[in-house]
Every structure is written in C-alpha cells, then in structure tokens.
Ligand binder design. Structure first.
Ligand code: FAD
Length: 411
C-alpha cells in the first residue's frame, strides 16, 4: 500500500520504518525537517522503567502551589488556565492508586520491548552508535526521602522493572560527580538513552528515504474520502496526494486531523524545557533523575542536557526561557562544580493525554487511517514499539501488545 505518514518526529519516523519493512510505500508529510519538533530537544531517555503516569496519587494537593509559581516544576499560565482546567481535572481523576496501577500496567507493555523494537530499525539505519544502554540512576538526598516515592517504585518492580538500591558509598563510587548532594540512589540497569534524539530521528528518516520513501515538505490540512475510506491527503500548498492509507503522527498538533477522521481526543500540550551545557566538566556515565527536583540529567553528544518541567500554555504562546534558566539554577545547586559557561536553551511541546496513555489505534470513522500520537513524556521510549504495533494494524495482523488501553475512542 501507499501510506501517508503525517509527522516526522520519532513516532512517525519509526512507524514509517516498520511499514517499509512490510513492503509498503511511504510518503512523509511535514513542514519541518525530521526530528525538529518535540523529538529534537528531549532528555533522550529510553526507559523501560518509565511506566508511571504524570498524575500520581496525592498530586491534587499540590495544584494550588503550581498555580502560584511560574517557575515551578509544573505551572499553568494564568491566561491559559480557563482552557486547561477541565483537562487538569480529568488528569487528576486518573491519579487514584487503582487508575495509576492500570495505566502503569498498560504503559509497561509498550515500554518493556523498547530495545527489541528499536533494534532492527537501528541496524537497518546503521544508527546503533546513537543509543547507549548504561542505565538510569534515580537519586535522592537520603534513603528516608526516597521512601516518599516508594509506592511508585514498588509498582514498577511489581511490573517487572529491575530496580537496585544503591547506598551512598556505592553511589559515589559509580558516579563521583554525585558526591555531596545525593546520599541514596535506585539504579534501573536496563534503561538506556540516546546521545542525540534529533540525530536519531534524522538517521531513521534518512534510511527510510534511501529505501524509497517520498517526503512532501508541507503541512497536511485535510483528507479526501469515499465513505469509510481515505483516498488522499490535502496539503497547505493545495496539493492532493492519492494514498491507500494514512497514519497521523503529528505529535501535539494531531487533534484536528484525528477529529476529521472521526476521533475526538482531549490532546493537550505539556511544554517542557531544556538547557544543554556544552562545556560540561561532569563525567556522568548514567542518565540521572534527580527525583526531588524533577530534573533529568543526561550526558549527550552535544553536552550535558538538563531537562524537565511542565508548563500548560498551549501551542501558540512564546517560550518562557526563565524556566530554562530555572533548570540551570537547579543544575548548579545539584552540581556546584558544573561549568555553565556555554549553554543552549529549548522549549518543546509534549503531546499529552489526560490518562498519560498514547493514542494508538484505528480512527473512528474510516477503516484505513491509524492514529499514533499523545506519547507525552515518553515518546522517545515508545516510538519504535508504537510503530511496530501500527504496522501490525495496517497489515491486519494480530498486535503483539494489547492495544485496548490506547484506543482512540476511550474518551
Ligand atoms: C523537556 C522534554 C524532555 C523529554 N524527555 C523525554 C525522554 O527523556 N524520553 C522520552 O521518551 N520522551 C521524552 N520527552 C517526550 C518526547 O520528546 C515526545 O513524546 C516525543 O518527541 C513526541 O514525538 P512525536 O513524533 O509524537 O512528536 P514530534 O516530535 O513533535 O513530531 C510531530 C511532527 O508532526 C509535524 N506536524 C504537525 N502538524 C502537522 C501537519 N498538519 N502536517 C504534517 N506534519 C505535521 C510537526 O512539524 C512535527 O515534526 C520529552 C519532552 C520534553 C519536552
């Protein structure tokens, strides 16, 4: 079949790669270069352990504080508050222990096979050098403080995630840069990360192009249909391209296209920031998650990346780089010896659903359109497994993962 893949982020690119392995002809549509939107500047962690949703039990108690602190780990811009409050209420409804257990169980099914699903794509694209599997260290100021997060950690363990307690001496031995501030850690040895998320997407995309994909550098504005069948896509330039099927993988911008295919979904963006310290004098070997600070620190090809935070302000508001500066201040606090003389800043739009589960499935009112978006904080992790599952749907094969929790019509 000739399949239109809308979006050249990690999800669209991995999906295209899996479709090509089945012999389909792919045409990408995107006004941007591959891997230049949210898949550009994320923390790059590839974590089978990252199965906890954003909305955790007890989170509602912190809502008032978020509203008052524009530089806090989770903030809502006042002007955007009326639009997003109903969505936040939905998210909080999914934060009971029962819901979190259900969501984590579902997320784990797409996260557990991360490396099995990336493996063949990395081999094909000769991009194995962009992924390392050195583990992730969750670090805390003390073992007692870590106990506050024990429920979530135990949930991870109950779902088969390997987590190893690391006491202060061992922590300082394996990561000398953590000396002083952190006295307890939990190692997730099976985790990995990418040295450059954008380069990873570009490498996978380049291989798809080598294998005969086409790339239309334009936004898709709508679809041509005959009954329950999409026959073509329309672009902003007025072009009409005939296709046999469509995959919507347009990240945070997917909702309008999905609605046109009959699936109304409550997609919201949680904007996140990074600072990348180019001249880093730290020698971290692991990805480090400073849990109390909500800060992910990852040594990458271009420097040390400090990423995180959530800002609700929609798709159009300009970035508030004060938030990136706040990340840098956290970094200096945690690593007083960090050389921050040369840094870059970035903001990206995470595509998020209120239940923290992506949308992976067939669109409601057509039989040959598939939806693959809403991966929130874990799109790099779940890109390849989502692509594999979409390829199964397109082929009419049984899926390897039970996609029921990710159905587009669950809302
Ligand atoms: C600060 C931060 C840290 C993060 N850290 C991690 C992490 O460590 N690990 C992890 O797994 N995830 C992480 N994430 C999340 C991850 O980056 C996203 O989930 C992921 O990049 C989403 O990929 P995507 O392909 O769905 O969307 P995107 O990468 O945003 O790609 C969507 C593409 O669709 C295109 N598009 C939009 N509209 C149209 C249209 N109408 N027609 C054609 N094309 C269109 C856009 O131009 C874009 O290129 C992080 C995110 C942030 C912000």
């Amino acid at each position: 079949m000739h399949i239109a893949v809308i979006g050249t982020g990690i999800v669209g690119t991995c999906t295209a790669a899996w479709l090509q392995r089945d012999g389909h002809q792919v045409t990408f549509f995107d006004p941007r270069e591959p891997g230049e939107a949210c898949s550009f500047g994320n923390a790059g962690s590839l974590s089978p352990s990252a199965c906890l949703p954003v909305g955790m039990p007890g989170m509602w108690k912190r809502v008032p504080r978020w509203l008052l602190d524009p530089l806090g780990p989770l903030t809502v811009r006042w002007r955007y508050a009326p639009l997003v409050v109903p969505w936040l209420v939905r998210m909080l409804r999914h934060s009971t222990k029962e819901e979190v257990t259900r969501i984590a169980t579902a997320l784990r099914t797409l996260l557990e096979p991360i490396f099995d699903c990336y493996g063949p794509l990395l081999d094909d694209a000769q991009a194995n050098h962009l992924v390392k599997r050195t583990g992730c260290l969750y670090v805390y100021s003390s073992r007692e403080i870590a106990a506050q997060w024990a429920w979530g950690m135990n949930l991870r363990r109950s779902l088969g995630v390997r987590m190893v307690d690391v006491d202060q001496d061992e922590l300082e031995a394996i990561e000398p840069d953590l000396k002083g501030r952190f006295r307890f850690g939990i190692l997730a040895p099976e985790n990995g990360s990418t040295l450059d998320p954008s380069a990873l997407v570009k490498a996978l995309h380049a291989h798809c192009m080598d294998e005969g994909a086409q790339f239309v550098r334009c936004a898709v504005t709508g679809f041509e249909r005959q009954g329950r069948h999409v026959t073509g896509v329309r672009t902003r330039d007025g072009e009409r391209v005939a296709v046999d099927g469509v995959v919507v993988a347009a990240g945070a911008w997917s909702a309008r296209l999905a609605a046109e295919l009959g699936s109304r979904v409550p997609l919201e963006t949680q904007r996140g920031y990074h600072v990348t310290v180019r001249s880093s004098n730290l020698n971290l070997r692991h990805t480090v998650m400073a849990v109390e600070n909500n800060l992910m620190v990852n040594p990458m090809a271009m420097g040390l990346r400090l990423a995180g935070t959530v800002e609700f302000a929609g798709l159009k508001a300009p970035p508030n780089y004060e938030r990136a500066q706040a990340l840098l201040r956290q970094g200096r606090l945690l690593f007083p010896h960090l050389d921050t003389s040369e840094v870059t800043e970035w903001m990206g739009h995470r595509p998020c659903m209120p239940d923290s589960l992506p949308v992976v499935g067939t669109a409601a009112s057509v039989d040959n359109a598939w939806l693959a978006f809403g991966h929130g904080h874990m799109g790099m992790c779940m890109g390849a497994s989502t692509g594999r599952e979409i390829a199964h749907l397109v082929a009419g094969r049984p899926t390897q993962v039970d996609l029921t929790p990710f159905r587009p019509d669950r809302f």
